[in-house]
Design a protein around this ligand. Sequence first.
Ligand code: SAH
Length: 464
Amino acid sequence: MQHFPIFLDTAGRRIVVSGGGDAAVAKLRLILKTAATVEVFAENADPAIEAWAADGVLTLHRRALADGDAEGAMLVYGASEDDAADTRAKTIAEAAGALFNWVDNLEQSAFITPAIVDRDPVTVAIGTEGAAPVLARHIKRDLEDRLPVALGALARIGKAFRGAAEALPFGRARRDFWSDYYLRSGPPAYEKAGETGALEALDWLLERHLAETPKVGRVALVGAGPGDPELLTMKARRALDEADVVIHDRLVAPEILELARREALLIEAGKEGFGPSMKQDDICALMVEHAARGAYVVRLKGGDPSVYGRLDEEVDALDAAGISWNVVPGITAASAAAASLGQSLTKRDRNSGVRFLTGHDVKGFAEHDWRSLAKPGEVAAIYMAKKGARFIQGRLMMHGAAPDTPVSVVESASRPDQRVLATTLARLAADIDAGNMTGPAILMYGLAPRAAEAALPALNEEQA
Ligand code: SAH
């Protein structure tokens, strides 16, 4: 973040604009929304500026910006669309200790003006470090479509009600009240009867929320998917949005944890396959403890919680403590890996079934029905298999699997650092050693990546 977004208090301050053409008018449209005293310096001013001056919303000096004009100003905009004039404005602004913005010249500016979604007092500032103004405008439009126009008014009315709302206990109860107001009851009430409607809604909402019995805690056991935040389910998103406490595995990508409600308590339970970890009993105790205190606990697990996630132990512990729970499924690593290979997990005339296996269990390298796996056409997704690759390879070869059986090792499936290692059973262990894989990896036995060349003509045909 080279440019840090902040909100400046403009009340009683001066903002100076040097220039009177289109660039100045565009900036003034934004600046005039602030509480600042606005001064424009321009020998020739656009009629819009003349009109603002006549209305008294800004002061127009019909001359170029000169030494001393920026004294005491908070912001100075160089909007002359003339390099020599803007260079002068920069010198004058800097001498006065004001922050200077050269319109459309990122390098020469001390700050940039973001794209703004204005639902005053709710304002959203969008910046892309100058990299993608089109994207910023797109996000702005998107947000404007989604935020009710009345939101600003609702916020203003709501602000005055904050004291009354303190009758509700701090935390969840008060938050529920406010989301009810802003997202459900407030907008229609305001639409129907303006400020009076919104105030009435606040009154009866408060009454209703005060009458409600305090919330009981609960636990959602949620699949976080393989890593790409866009592969979260909408239910998982919602759970993260509402969670009071998030207890997550180390496998859960940081981008996903970012989505948790800002006030949520994040606890890393450290489990990563069978690696060093918080003891399972401690994790169970932690969930129970927080839920018993009334918190909404999200137990966030990589992939799908029902696949090598020790779901049953956690559910048993919750049942034993009488805490209600639900499971939100997620996309398991095998699905993401198959997608990255462009292959299906099952295929007519090849394999009518697919196995999920673990390379490792509590006792060490895991034993499986190697004889049936060694048959041609078998497919298995082997989790936690990096360390046990040599063992798996040995067992399968010993039971007669073809040395050239394809195996794909997919590391960090669906994440930006995803890697696919396409190999064969005979070369598996050596290739993994040489591959230097540090991320989570899944071994897709019996599947090779669909060749990129083979995929291409099909794509072209579709486009034609
Ligand atoms: N519940 C998880 C699996 C937990 S066991 C799921 O459904 O995916 C942990 C193992 O899952 C890792 O050792 C690795 O084998 C696999 N894994 C999880 N995320 C992965 C990813 N993004 N890419 C490749 N393998 C992954």
